[in-house]
Design a protein around this ligand. Structure first.
Ligand code: ADP
Ligand code: MG
Length: 212
């Protein structure tokens, strides 16, 4: 077995089988370097270029924390745009195909508010959304993060460039402090470092230059 085979990880066998049916045999470098730390429960900051496989990295990390029987929001993934949130939700649904009845809900700005409230009332395990809209649902009492165990920032550098800092601060204030926090970014400017110092707990830093 190769050192970067997914099967070297302590993952649910159904999840492993699904990965191979997706054609994912080997971990990409960023997955190989970050997943062991994520599965050990550590906070992780991972820096890698577009196309390096960051979604499956945090996707597998968050799925391993999920208790499917508990129908409450346990994961929140924040993305800079609706398009990215839709892509991330799609990839998580694919990864989670082996686990029955996982509900992934997207909450993005620019979409009507009412149907999102209805979906939240039905419940979800995983929320993927943009910071402004997620913060609004929390502030208005439609989204409760009491049982959140994993908070993910995808494309953190772009979220900062887009001015989402205050929404992110408000969201983090509502998240349990014993959560796991995962931060993914293509670049690692000073602003991200400062946020990471504020909201993460002794994060492991992973940086990968190449995609394959
Ligand atoms: P990033 O977020 O780093 O830009 P993505 O998560 O969008 O990258 O992944 C890029 C592409 O690589 C996607 O098409 C995804 O399906 C594919 N991919 C991710 N991990 C693997 C893997 N271990 N094996 C094969 N393909 C993968
Ligand atoms: Mg990505």
């Amino acid at each position: 077995m190769s050192q970067t085979a997914f099967s070297t990880l302590d993952l649910n066998p159904a999840l492993l089988e699904n990965l191979s049916s997706m054609g994912y045999a080997e971990m990409t470098p960023i997955q190989a370097q970050s997943l062991p730390h994520m599965l050990a429960g550590k906070d992780v900051i991972a820096q890698g270029k577009t196309g390096s496989g960051k979604t499956a990295a945090f996707g597998l990390g968050l799925l391993s924390n999920l208790n499917v029987k508990r129908f409450r929001v346990q994961t929140l993934v924040l993305c800079p745009t609706r398009e990215l949130a839709d892509q991330v939700a799609k990839e998580i649904r694919k990864l989670a195909r082996a686990i029955h009845n996982i509900k992934v809900l997207t909450l993005c700005g620019g979409m009507p508010f009412g149907p999102q409230i209805g979906s939240l009332e039905h419940g979800a395990h995983i929320i993927v959304g943009t910071p402004g809209r997620v913060e609004e649902h929390i502030r208005k009492g439609f989204l409760n993060l009491e049982e959140l165990n994993t908070l993910v920032f995808d494309e953190a550098d772009r979220m900062m460039e887009m001015g989402f800092q205050s929404s992110i601060d408000a969201i983090v204030d509502e998240a349990p402090s014993d959560r796991q926090t995962l931060l993914f970014s293509a670049t690692y400017p000073k602003q991200i470092k400062e946020i990471a110092d504020d909201i993460m707990n002794k994060p492991v830093m992973v940086k990968v230059e190449s995609t394959h």
